[in-house]
Write a protein that binds this ligand. Structure first.
Ligand code: DGI
Ligand code: FE
Ligand code: FE
Length: 204
C-alpha cells in the first residue's frame, strides 16, 4: 500500500512539473488572449475528465497544448505543414488556420516532448473532430468550445448543459452550431467536420 502511494505521489509530482514547464512554454508562444483561453480549456478539460472517468492530467496537458500552433503566421503554418508532410486539403488552403490542429500535434511531439498518443490525438482532432472519438478527444473538443472566456456562440448554453452529462450529445450540439456558422459565412467545410457531424447525429 505504502509503495502504491509512493508511486502515485511520484506520478502526480511528474505531472505537476510537466504542467508548470509547459505553461511557461505556452506563455512564450501565445498572445495574452490565447493564453487565457488555453488555461481555461485546460481547466475545463480536467473537470470534464473527472466527471466522465477520463484522466484529468492528460486532459489538462492536452488542453494546455491544443492551440500551441495557433499564433504562428498562416505562411509559417503552410511552410511547416509542408516540412512535416501534413496533408493540406482545399479547406486548409482557403483557411490555413485549420492546420493549427495537426501542426499542434506535431509540435507537441517534436518540440514539447509529448509522447502520449492519446494526448497527441486529442490535440490533432480538436478543431474538426472526427468520427468515433475517444472520451479524451471529445473532452478537449468540447472544452475548447464551452470554456468560460469564449465569446457567446450559438447553442453555447445548451452545449454547456450537456457537456457534463452526455459527451456525444454535446458533440452534436457543437457541430450543429459550427456547421451553421460556417455555412452562413460561406467558409469551406473540412470534409472531416461533416463526417463527424454525420457520425454523431446518426447515433443521437
Ligand atoms: O482554435 P480555436 O479558435 O480555439 O478553436 P478551433 O480550433 O475549434 O477553431 C475554431 C475555428 O475553426 C472556427 O472559426 C470554426 C473553424 N472550423 C471548424 N471546422 C471547420 C472550420 N473552419 C473551416 N473553414 N472549415 C471547417 O470544417
Ligand atoms: Fe484550436
Ligand atoms: Fe482553442
Amino acid at each position: 500500500m505504502k509503495e502504491h502511494n509512493e508511486k502515485k505521489k511520484t506520478e502526480t509530482c511528474t505531472y505537476e512539473t510537466q504542467i508548470a514547464q509547459l505553461t511557461e512554454k505556452m506563455k512564450e508562444v501565445l498572445d495574452h488572449k490565447r493564453m487565457r483561453h488555453t488555461l481555461s480549456v485546460a481547466d475545463t478539460a480536467a473537470c470534464l475528465a473527472m466527471c466522465h472517468g477520463a484522466d484529468p492530467y492528460k486532459a489538462y496537458i492536452a488542453g494546455l497544448l491544443h492551440d500551441c500552433a495557433k499564433c504562428l503566421k498562416n505562411k509559417k503554418k503552410l511552410e511547416l505543414a509542408k516540412e512535416y508532410d501534413l496533408p493540406v486539403n482545399d479547406a486548409a488552403r482557403e483557411n490555413p488556420d485549420l492546420l493549427h490542429a495537426a501542426l499542434g500535434a506535431e509540435l507537441a511531439a517534436r518540440v514539447y516532448g509529448i509522447q502520449d498518443d492519446e494526448i497527441l490525438s486529442a490535440i490533432r482532432w480538436h478543431t474538426t473532430g472526427k468520427p468515433d472519438m475517444t472520451d479524451l478527444e471529445m473532452i478537449v473538443y468540447i472544452a475548447d468550445y464551452i470554456e468560460i472566456h469564449r465569446k457567446p456562440l450559438p447553442l453555447l448554453e445548451k452545449a454547456r448543459q450537456s457537456a457534463f452529462s452526455d459527451l456525444e450529445e454535446c458533440m452534436c450540439i457543437i457541430l450543429e452550431s459550427t456547421l451553421s456558422f460556417l455555412g452562413k459565412k460561406g467558409a469551406a467545410i473540412d470534409p472531416v467536420t461533416n463526417e463527424t457531424y454525420a457520425f454523431y447525429s446518426n447515433r443521437a
